[in-house]
Design a protein around this ligand. Structure first.
Ligand code: HEM
Length: 405
């Protein structure tokens, strides 16, 4: 039996030409970096650098940063064939213009606040504004949108019209009380549709749940592995809330060391991952031209561990965020919640929840490492950044822990 099917020479020729075209189609988009002189790992046809993510996105970013410097190309078929990863402090993110919200066809994810366009990014070294439109993976997620549609039905059952008014009203009122002007009624220029309410509810759960719980785990880990920091924090908690008094908002915001510990922990473990924008105007940055339309990724993890901004970056040192030291920090080198008008909408809420949880836990327990605690902590970041092995800690009741000191 012949090894190859007996085809006419013309058919063979067409077949070979077709295969060549397919390969060319697969690698063509990645020529962009070569043309622009942006260094970076060699992408494979179609999949780009996606396979490199198997050891975690943050690991890949860290390696690229060490090898190529502050800007490199990261072609990846699931994202965009031409995403420039820019590990550089951005200095300004201005407001998107009104009415530029992007709506997806056929589903509520398009109605969520997570898919607007039109943020403008300006870099500290740019003379010219670098305009970037917001681009989230959701905006390309037609498959994801189906999932959202399905989940909508599940959520519909739990978000009754009664809950809806309270839920959104609270957010709107708290926003108004910040600028101290308009009332809740006047701030809405249209009534939110059920779809929009559901979209916000869904995105809040997805964006807020894993990030907050992981942040708490990292804080617990850092406290367990730094008993001196934990002790100082417990002293602060006890001083502000004697006799295990219930935490109040005022007490929480007065706890400076608590804020330092939380900040340092999210510097080391920013669970939000890479920030993402689309360049709207060609710009030159560090001698590299980033053309209009190119996706720009900002790897918060790498930026947070850049020794240029953070001496001995892998050390857990809450003192970096003390009142005096904080003044020297470029705010655009610390992006656990992103930056600009499209930064994390749940930031204040998340910080409060995390702080209340830490306070209540430390009033009653002390975290201690045990034989199963992974030290050092290896991370995985295929989705949200997570530890490779679960963080296992011992929680010792306070009275008992205090006696052993
Ligand atoms: C410690 C917990 C959290 C972390 C570390 C975190 C981090 C982030 C980051 C890095 C972004 C992207 C910002 C940017 O690109 O500039 C983001 C966006 C967002 N987060 Fe959070 N987040 C947290 C908790 C929450 C919570 C509790 C909620 C909801 C109640 C929430 C809702 C959102 C939403 C809706 C967006 C998209 C905002 C927009 O596109 O305008 N997040 N978050």
């Amino acid at each position: 039996m012949p090894l190859l099917p007996s085809l006419s020479p013309v058919t063979w020729l067409l077949l070979v030409a077709f295969l060549c075209l397919v390969v060319l189609y697969g690698i063509w988009p990645y020529q962009t970096f070569k043309k622009l002189g942006i260094p970076g790992p060699r992408p494979l046809p179609f999949v780009g650098t996606f396979l490199e993510y198997r050891h975690g996105v943050h690991n890949f970013d860290q390696k690229c940063f060490e090898k190529y410097g502050k800007i490199w190309g990261s072609g990846n078929s699931t994202d965009s064939p031409s995403a420039a990863v820019v590990c550089h402090p951005f200095s300004k993110l201005t407001k998107p213009e009104k009415g530029q919200n992007h709506t997806l066809p056929g589903g509520p994810s398009g109605e969520s606040i997570c898919v607007p366009e039109g943020s403008v990014v300006q870099t500290s070294s740019c003379t010219e504004a670098m305009s970037c439109e917001w681009s989230r993976c959701l905006s390309k997620g037609l498959v994801l949108d189906k999932v959202f549609l399905l989940l909508t039905h599940i959520f519909s059952a739990s978000v009754s019209p009664q809950d809806r008014v309270d839920f959104l009203q609270l957010m709107i009122e708290s926003q108004n009380s910040h600028d101290g002007s308009k009332s809740a009624e006047t701030s809405l220029d249209k009534t939110l549709s059920d779809e929009e309410v559901l979209a916000q509810a869904l995105i809040f759960v997805f964006a807020g749940y894993e990030t907050t719980s992981s942040t708490l785990s990292y804080i617990a880990y850092n406290l367990a592995t730094h008993p001196d920091v934990q002790q100082r924090l417990q002293d602060e908690v006890d001083a502000h809330l004697p006799n295990k008094a219930s935490p109040t908002y005022n007490a929480i915001i007065q706890m400076e060391y608590l804020d330092m510990v939380v900040s340092e922990s999210i510097r080391l473990y920013p669970t939000g991952g890479r920030l993402e924008r689309v360049c709207k105007k060609t710009v030159e940055l560090n001698g590299v031209t980033i053309p209009e339309g190119m996706v720009v990724l900002i790897p918060a993890f790498v930026l947070h561990r850049d020794p240029q901004y953070w001496p001995e970056p892998d050390e857990f040192r809450p003192e970096r965020f003390s009142k005096e030291s904080k003044e020297g920090i470029d705010p655009y080198t610390f992006l656990p919640f992103g930056a600009g008008p499209r930064n994390c909408i749940g930031m204040r809420f998340a910080l409060l929840v995390v702080k209340v949880a830490v306070v209540v836990l430390l009033q009653n327990f002390s975290f201690r490492p045990c034989k199963d605690t992974p030290i050092p902590l290896d991370l995985d970041s295929k989705g949200f950044m997570q530890p490779k092995k679960p963080i296992v800690l011992k929680m010792v009741p306070r009275a008992q822990a205090d006696l052993k000191k």
